[in-house]
Design a protein around this ligand. Structure first.
Ligand code: 13P
Ligand code: SF4
Length: 334
């Protein structure tokens, strides 16, 4: 290392603030660092296209957790948000896990602070807790089973019909799962800032202008939008649908990053980002989009910021994730 690493300063700022020679070919440099450090880059579909193109694996939250658990790389570079990198560390603690920007959080995760959730849970002593993976290690440690948008329905359906359940932290995904399974889970009142921003009115008008387009939505969206959707699924499921469905046009109600893979897989098809209810035309996740190619290069080179965890918390958080991975393997979701 050729700079002084001040970990406290990096933690305060969130990322390494080191100037980079603008003429550097970052794609090439990152490839060299991957080999030199035996590193793997895991990226979520919501990352910017350049990051997806340099990644070794691109996936949804379930796929990323499965990949993080199994990798034999020495360093996991997590191009996603904090709870995802934390999950990688929980599952594979002997690996160094670095994240381009520690400030890449999640509104859904932030909506559920562990002390408040602990009190909430105490009101329902006979309930099992299923938590969406978009939560902190503290919430995972208070949960019985973790789920993602890929496996939530199957996990809930695997439990006895009369099993009482608390579902946290996403009220929209929880309400959707209640609807499709006929359950009555108690829901924590959390939501994703990206998936709640879509404008039903603008989308309805867009559907009129594009009568052959299929509206496809992530289950973190609100119920009125899900009700008019042609298909609902996790990012991986939405991508798969656009490859297999015969339509040539899709209105996509999730974060815009996924459009890169959709367009790459089906170059002849048209993908229209669902319009949000604001003046600007974007529905990017401000947390996901904190990551840049420059920050990826720096976090690989200096191996900072690094995800570190208290061992007791890690073990408590691992149990419900292991349960999810076991169930997912049983369902064939690998
Ligand atoms: P999936 O990766 O499960 O599709 O969830 C999307 C999301 O919002 C991740 O933050
Ligand atoms: Fe969190 Fe929503 Fe961003 Fe996903 S898209 S990381 S749920 S704020």
């Amino acid at each position: 290392m050729n700079i002084d690493i001040n970990v406290a300063e990096i933690e305060k700022r969130g990322f390494l603030d080191v100037g980079i020679d603008p003429s550097l070919d970052l794609f090439h440099e990152i490839e060299l660092l991957k080999k030199e450090k035996n590193a793997i880059i895991l990226a979520h579909y919501y990352q910017e296209p350049d990051i997806q193109d340099i990644a070794d694996y691109i996936g949804d939250s379930l796929g990323l957790a499965q990949k993080a658990e199994k990798t034999d790389a020495d360093m996991i570079v997590f191009a996603g948000v904090h709870f995802m990198a934390e999950t990688a560390k929980i599952l594979n603690p002997s690996k160094k896990v670095v994240i381009p920007d520690l400030r890449a959080g999640c509104s859904l995760s932030d909506s559920c602070p562990p002390p408040l959730f602990k009190k909430f849970k105490e009101q329902y002593p006979d309930h099992l807790v299923i938590s969406y993976i978009n939560c902190s290690a503290g919430i995972k440690a208070l949960s019985d089973i973790i789920c993602t948008s890929s496996n939530a329905q199957k996990i809930v359906e695997s439990l006895p019909k009369d099993q009482k359940i608390i579902f946290a932290p996403d009220k929209n995904l929880g309400a959707y799962i209640n609807k499709v399974t006929g359950r009555n889970m108690v829901l924590w009142n959390g939501a994703c800032m990206v998936h709640e921003i879509f404008s039903l009115e603008k989308i309805t008008k867009l559907k009129v202008r594009h009568p052959n387009a299929k509206l496809i939505s992530h289950p973190e969206c609100e119920e009125p939008l899900l009700r008019i959707s042609d298909f609902i699924g996790s990012t991986t499921q939405l991508l798969k649908y656009t490859k297999e469905d015969h339509s040539n046009e899709f209105i996509v109600a999730t974060e815009t990053g996924i459009l890169h893979q959709m367009q790459k897989s089906s170059p002849h098809k048209t993908f229209i980002p669902a319009p949000p209810n604001n003046a600007c035309a974007c529905n990017d996740c401000p947390h996901m989009k904190l990551n840049t190619l420059e920050k990826i290069y720096l976090c690989m080179k200096y191996e900072q910021p690094e995800i570190l965890m208290d061992e007791e918390l890690r073990l408590a958080a691992k149990k419900p994730i292991d349960r999810m991975l076991e169930l997912s393997a049983q369902f064939g979701l690998v």
